[in-house]
Design a protein around this ligand. Structure first.
Ligand SMILES: C[S@@+](CC[C@H](N)C(=O)[O-])C[C@H]1O[C@@H](n2cnc3c(N)ncnc32)[C@H](O)[C@@H]1O
Length: 209
């Protein structure tokens, strides 16, 4: 497969989702309970907007709808990933806003109470891309909003889906996201891939001042 420097990352990810079923990819989780519990912990009400960045075909959107959230957005660079999620949801997909975009080029036109990202930020190995991502976060997130970012931990895998990743400790991520965000909660998760491989993730929940 192409390297991270591919000129068309959307096509790269579309190929990933075209060649593997959503429940076969290494990051698949049947029950995204840690994400859901961290979103619950923000205290966001059912009508407060929640966005899942790089949500792909994750079942988090199903869980959020089941928990009563009525303002859910899923953004991903891969149209194919979002089609898979919409197909799974059927009529419930109409209750969700879907955005096909590269988060590093996205110009948000709404504001969100919760920004959630599991395993998208860690692909940004280029400092300019991380700056662009964090600019989108600052534009999109309300004052006192919550940012939940999950990435491979410092001792996690060096690659994901054929691409190099940047691994994080909570301190490293807090330094990256900047002083206007307060680190409220961290958690570790040993994710077990469908092939039975353990991957160490760390989750951070920040609150914007
Ligand atoms: C490892 S998967 C994680 C998917 C989902 N968050 C989950 O936990 O199941 C990474 C996702 O990020 C998306 N992605 C990668 N780079 C992106 C970018 N620059 N902008 C938006 N989405 C991106 C991919 O298409 C893919 O769906």
């Amino acid at each position: 497969m192409a390297s991270v420097a591919t000129p068309d990352p959307g096509a790269y990810w579309d190929r990933v989702y075209a060649t593997r079923a959503p429940d076969e990819v290494s990051w698949f989780q049947r029950d995204p309970r840690l994400s859901l519990s961290m979103i619950d912990a923000t205290g966001a009400g059912p009508d407060e907007p929640v966005i899942d960045i790089g949500g792909g075909a994750s079942t988090l959107v199903d869980a959020l709808l089941a928990a009563g959230h009525r303002a859910v957005t899923v953004l991903d660079i891969s149209d194919k990933a979002l089609v898979a999620a919409r197909t799974r949801l059927g009529a419930r997909a109409e209750r969700v806003a879907w955005i096909v975009a590269d988060v590093t080029r996205w110009r948000p036109d709404a504001s969100y109470a919760v920004w959630h990202d599991r395993a998208a930020f860690h692909f940004l190995t280029d400092a300019g891309d991380r700056t662009a991502y964090l600019a989108a976060l600052r534009t999109a997130l309300r004052p006192r909003g919550a940012a939940i970012i999950a990435a491979f931990a410092a001792d996690g895998p060096e690659r994901c889906s054929g691409l190099p990743v940047r691994r994080y400790s909570p301190d490293m991520l807090a330094g990256e996201i900047g002083p206007e965000f307060r680190l409220i909660e961290t958690a570790d998760e040993d994710h077990v891939t469908p092939a039975g491989v353990r991957q160490h993730f760390m989750f951070c929940r920040f609150r914007r001042d």
